[in-house]
Write a protein that binds this ligand. Structure first.
Ligand code: Z16
Length: 716
């Protein structure tokens, strides 16, 4: 009865402090409790890694509190939710970011000091979560941080790969790939939701069934796997809002395959079940070429299907009429990777919820927006029809039906211009008949976002010109950004302190525009001096790292000239290396007396090549060969060094960027959709050497022409 319940509830509240406390001794107690009960080590004997684990678990507890409050708050308010669907998230490390956003970093540092540990040393124990390739994936991570900080009711959805982006090992100058089995040592930043699971179906056939005097389609799938949710809490800064990155892992489903168990081959039946897990096992390491592999398509549908079941379940918790769906749900497609979501929503609404086609279509047209990240044709996904037909036969029919209606409408608008109709069709009738996922996404989305102004212009005038002429109102852009929380506060604490001191406030940590206030101090020599000291300290950190990684000693008095990003022809690392060879040659041929005029330079290049991208791999080899030559020439000494930093990732970036004097963003103009590294260097006070491409064009406008120099060719 009620009496008994209230006694129980009272007892529960009595046992629970409303919130975990964050004074040093509470933190120490929590950490030591985790050493003993979570890590299962004696509190008198544990190493740095175990201390990190315990520390991380105590932070996790605090995240969970806020996460619960956030869920309750939004459940009551029932706002329109933003669902960000992305196959990639490059989160990097979580510890520092979390305690800084929770506002308890210093408290933790003090608490640890008394226990004999350094916060920074423990933070170094954490491995990167590298569930993504490059800019697109790090953008997803930055966006999650900003959505949380700005109090949005947002969810990120993705895949929990067991193997993240490969580790790059350099042997004899060549890149070798090693598996990144990142979950080996556990992951304190995720919460496994054993009860949040959904079945995901593949293969099979589509049959006609009698229904209400008519016919309808039923999909009889041939395979079923289970999607299990793993929640990664994302805390905002200066707010209790803590949102969720929900990643799906594949597990064998209990509901099928009983047949194979009945045949008596028990061992093989178990082994076959286990194969389900391969769906979420490995991230594809190609940063923009689409290969048309079945496993990749399976990954896409797996995460789309599980996410939509979850989203629709949440909607149905408080709504019964699907016409309200667009008022409560916004689905953001991060590139075309999740664009099967369009066909899946149609399928659920029509086949499972029994809405008629036009009503379902009206809903679909209001909920999707599509962000596109490239203009390179090889980046555009084209799924072979044969592949789609075998894996998802009902979805193929739905896409054909969407295309049929759309082409009929199109004919009314543009007439029988068959060239144009075939260019704009969702279905490509080439040697290999295929589905153009970008066309599907454009047709069905209300907004198509570019990632910088020039990128958007190129979409409108070239890549998607036909569509722009038809639907100019759909085309928009949101120039990429990066979060200053990670790229200044986490990665450059001394600069962060300097900025807060000279601005007289920490408000810039939530509102980046306030950094403009530093302009008033632009001529302040005291500030200059402090700034130089900060740079020096960061360069020393970086120099130590370089020596530890490569044995190369570099002088912190030299200019650090950095290019770090995925290796790609259009990004022109080759041009950089040729420039370095030229510089070497000049020094060699110089009069000895002229050498004093040379600014000593340490050139730093880092980045991974897609494992199948031969030219990119050769560029890495070339870089290492040139480095070998230059670094071992005593005649050149500190005037020029070249370092290839292996295994470039988010935490390496956090170390390198604050120590850079000059950074290179020299893509062939018209190729870099946006670029985000440029912003990270810029906000750390680094000079940019750049082509007028992507977001650099807008950076030029922001900093003003007083703060830049054009190359002569442009002045002519
Ligand atoms: C990627 O990282 C990007 C584009 C793409 O098609 C595939 C991948 Cl994996 C990058 C763009 O190259 C870069 O210019 C942009 O800043 C970034 O996406 C985020 O929009």
């Amino acid at each position: 009865g009620g009496g008994e319940t209230s006694v129980r509830v009272e007892r529960m509240f009595g046992l629970m402090d409303r919130f975990l406390k964050s004074d040093p001794s509470s933190l120490q107690k929590d950490i030591l409790d985790h050493v003993e009960y979570t890590v299962a080590r004696s509190r008198f004997s544990f190493d740095d890694f175990e201390a990190y684990q315990a520390l991380a678990h105590s932070v996790r507890d605090r995240l969970i509190e806020r996460w619960h409050d956030t869920q309750i708050h939004f459940k009551k308010k029932d706002p329109k939710r933003i669902y960000f669907l992305s196959l990639e998230f490059l989160m990097g490390r979580s510890l520092s970011n979390s305690v800084i956003n929770l506002g308890i970093r210093d408290q933790y540092a003090d608490a640890l000091k008394e226990l004999g540990f350094e916060f920074e040393v423990l933070a170094e124990q954490e491995g990167d979560a590298a569930l993504g390739n490059g800019g697109l994936a790090r953008l997803s991570a930055c966006q999650m941080d900003s959505l949380a900080t700005m109090d949005y009711p947002a969810w990120g959805y993705g895949l929990r790969y067991q193997y993240g982006l490969f580790r790059q090992v350099i042997l004899d100058g060549y890149q070798h790939e090693q598996p990144d089995y990142w979950l080996n040592f556990g992951n304190p930043w995720e919460i496994e939701r054993v009860h949040v699971t959904y079945p995901v179906k593949f293969y099979g056939t589509v049959e006609d069934e009698n229904f209400n005097g008519g016919k309808r389609k039923v999909w009889l799938p041939g395979e079923m796997v289970e999607a299990v949710a793993y929640d990664n809490p994302i805390p905002g800064h200066g707010t209790r809002n803590t949102i969720t990155l929900r990643l799906w892992a594949a597990k064998p489903s209990d509901q099928i395959d009983m047949e194979s168990f009945n045949t008596g081959d028990y061992i093989n039946a178990v082994v076959n079940r286990q194969r389900a897990e391969t769906i979420s096992s490995v991230l594809y390491p190609d940063d923009r070429s689409y290969q048309g592999k079945e496993l990749r398509l399976k990954q896409q549908y797996f995460f789309v299907s599980a996410s939509l079941q979850d989203i629709i379940r949440r909607f149905k918790d408080s709504h019964s009429n699907f016409d309200d769906f667009p008022e409560k749900v916004a689905l953001q497609l991060n590139d075309t990777h999740p664009s099967l979501a369009i066909a899946e929503v149609m399928r659920v609404l029509v086949d499972e919820e029994h809405l008629d086609w036009n009503r379902a279509w009206g809903i679909v047209c209001k909920i999707f927006s599509f962000t596109t990240h490239t203009v390179l044709p090889e980046g555009l996904e084209k799924v072979p029809v044969d592949l789609l037909e075998s894996l998802l036969p009902r979805h193929l029919q739905i896409i054909y039906d969407i295309n049929f209606d759309y082409i009929e409408e199109l004919k009314k608008k543009i007439g029988l211009d068959y060239d144009r109709l075939s260019r704009m069709s969702i279905v490509e009738d080439g040697a290999v008949k295929s589905i153009r996922m970008a066309n599907l996404a454009i047709v069905c989305s209300h907004t198509v976002n570019g990632v910088s102004r020039v990128h958007s212009e190129l979409l409108k005038t070239r890549v998607f010109k036909d569509f722009y002429e038809l639907w100019p109102h759909k085309f928009d852009y949101k120039t990429n950004g990066v979060t200053q929380r990670r790229w200044i506060v986490v990665s450059n604490p001394s600069l962060s302190a300097l900025i807060s001191k000279w601005l007289g406030t920490e408000a810039w940590i939530r509102d980046v525009d306030l950094l403009a206030g530093l302009q008033e101090q632009a001529a302040n020599v005291d500030l200059h001096e402090e700034w130089r000291m900060v740079r020096k300290v960061n360069k020393m950190r970086l120099a130590e790292y370089i020596e530890a990684m490569s044995g190369i000693k570099v002088s912190v008095n030299a200019m650090f000239d950095v290019q770090i990003k995925r290796i790609h022809e259009y990004k022109r690392q080759l041009l950089n290396i040729l420039g370095i060879i030229h510089r070497y040659d000049c020094i060699k041929n110089m009069e000895k007396s002229d050498r004093t005029k040379v600014v000593p330079r340490v050139c730093i290049i880092g980045g991974k090549a897609a494992p199948g991208y031969e030219i990119a791999k050769k560029i890495i080899k070339l870089c290492n060969a040139v480095a070998e030559k230059i670094n071992n020439d005593p005649d050149v000494g500190d005037l020029l060094k070249l370092v290839f930093i292996p295994d470039y990732n988010v935490s390496v970036a956090e170390l390198v960027i604050p120590g850079a004097d000059l950074s290179q963003h020299i893509s062939t103009a018209g190729h870099e959709a946006s670029g985000t590294g440029n912003m990270k260097f810029l906000m750390n006070g680094c000079l940019l050497l750049a082509t007028e491409d992507g977001s650099t064009v807008e950076i030029i406008e922001e900093i003003g022409e007083d703060n830049m120099e054009f190359e002569r060719s442009r002045l002519k």
